[in-house]
Design a protein around this ligand. Sequence first.
Ligand code: NAP
Length: 320
Amino acid sequence: MKAIRVHEFGGPEVLKLEDLDTPKPSAGEVLVRIHAAGVNPYDTYMRAGTYAVKPSLPYTPGSDGAGIVEAVGEGVAKVKPGDRVYTARTITGAYAQYALALEEQVHALPANIDFKQGAGIWVPYGTAYHALNHSARAHASETVLVHGASGGVGIAALQIARAMGLTVLGTAGTPKGLEIAKREGAHHVFDHLKSGYQEEILRATGSRGVDIILEMLANVNLFHDTRLLSTNGRVIVIGSRGEVTINPRELMGRRASIRGFTLWGITPEEEADIHAGLFAGLENGTLRPVVGKELPLAEAARAHKDILEPGSAGKIVLTC
Ligand code: NAP
């Protein structure tokens, strides 16, 4: 099989397309013929060797794949060969034509979701669902600002929050991103590159502030976020690429909070909740992963460059 391998941490050029033996599933494992793999920002941090989790080398990147079950190991009852599935983590890596996963890491892919969309489920939708439901404990009567609404997590958050009944505000940095944010569920959109856009956000809430901010770039935005919150507001820090200074007084007067977030910390109960919610939303059409760019597996290095560029417009996926 063809697979991307990383033999040393470094820039995108360390992603090499190689021929490997197709793995065989042991007891409790599932072999999936991957048709598409989702590219997430953390894949690039891991490849660079700067991520909290450092895989042992060599490794194949990717947690998010979608395809068809090829074979199952002894004792596997959840899926059978021929089933359409998406993966939420794998054992051997999703940037490959075949990936081994534990039985609990594969999930049924609804018939109306194609493989490229299926490759954009786990990290983006799992993050958005977990952030809104478990971390922020969002209620229908609240207002959420999706700060970075044009990318994988942001689009998922718009769709979920809108379906839950919240008033949804979203930001993007290009006209195309703003258009996508509006289309995918934002009641109001704002250009996060425009000077003074934070004032526009406050005005849109009647100066009350927002109850929840899902923050994709905290090092840039956290100072202003604390001033955009309502009483008891909370910022969920999903993404950050550096340090930032804030004034804690902005939080005190509002009894507001800033909460760190990691998808990797979820409990099995939370994960079961996430997949049940996502399956229902995908099946009934509420959740519609948006594929912005598809590239062949051989172009994984380009995908890793592109995902860190501004101008997001949905998911980048690799076709395998
Ligand atoms: P993505 O698809 O690359 O999207 C990045 C988003 O950030 C785009 O909407 C982009 O908007 C936006 N952005 C750029 N500049 C911004 C600014 N100044 N203010 C607000 N937003 C800005 O990435 P993703 O998959 O959505 O992930 C977003 C972030 O969350 C990444 O840093 C990722 O590593 C992190 N993340 C963390 C977890 C976790 O467990 N903690 C899980 C998933 C993701 P434009 O391109 O339109 O400017």
